[in-house]
Design a protein. Sequence first.
Length: 370
Amino acid sequence: MSVQIPFLDIASQQAEIADEVLPVWQRQFLSAGFIGGAEVTAFEEEYAAYIGVDHVIGVSNGTDALELAFRALGTEAGDEVIMPANTFIATAEAVSRIGAVPVFVDVDAEHLLIDPDAVEAAITPRTRAIAPVHLYGQTAPVERILPIADAHGIAVVEDAAQSQGATSSAGRAGALGRVAGTSFYPGKNLGAAGDAGAVMTDDAEIAAFVRNVAAHGSSVKYVHDRIGMNARLDAVQAPVLRAKLRRLDGWNAARRAAAARYGELLGDVDGVRTPVVRPGNEDVWHLYVVQVDDRDRVLAEMNAAGVGVAIHYPTPVHLTEAYAGLGYRRGQFPVAEAAADRILSLPMFPHLTGEQQERVAQELARVVRR
């Protein structure tokens, strides 16, 4: 059966902003203003005000954003960066592309976020940074990690790719560490019409470095201060991001309402463990991730029944073939490994209807009871 309830509905978001974006795109195409310009500058300023930081630098994608953030801290080949095993591989790739070494640690069993005690135990003289990941839409325990980092003279680099608009008792995601990187991949809470990302910081020197390196190490045309990269934000993405930013709080509120509805519909279903919000957090529910036994069967039967579900993520990064060379073994991070076998992401997007959610819950209850 074809999917009747999509896992994600980006088209509805695009339709909602089309009347605002299309005229701007037309002006950009007629003027051939594709690199930089007023729209990019306006988005950077608006997102900086929204996050509560002094500087936002729009870049090409979230992976480049993280790499630029690590480079801005002076991360070099052989340095170590601590991160959770339960994350998308891009967090590790951004470190590896510099020649530095990702050091994985386990997550807490309740929220599946990086475990601060494991972070402290993993610090060595080679540790350059700690990279907490604000996963699934809620912030990692940065308020516990910052004192650890400060005591060792280590920077905190937030991976904020799944948390646009999320807050904690310490502040808003993206404004908690020394520097942060985020992705505006189309499926994010704040998504572009293609790849895009940003680096956020209060540090003017970091901001200047990132802007320079992202433009081939050049702040003045044909004057190159260092070896850089081509990681600029495409101008055509900026009006999309500006239009969606104006709606982000409303869309996040719709996600929270949908999450609450799922909680009511699934709270009493045996065999389904619903997600838990960390105290002090306001979750923006980028993903709604439940845990079930016999997950792969449940996944297949839900999709066959016309309900789009997915897995984020089926393999902890330390067990991927890409990182086999680091020598990690199954069993080293038991919480992340056990969760990877049980997690299931349900449909979650701002335009999700109550009727659709009732159908999702009915099918999930039916499938898990088989």
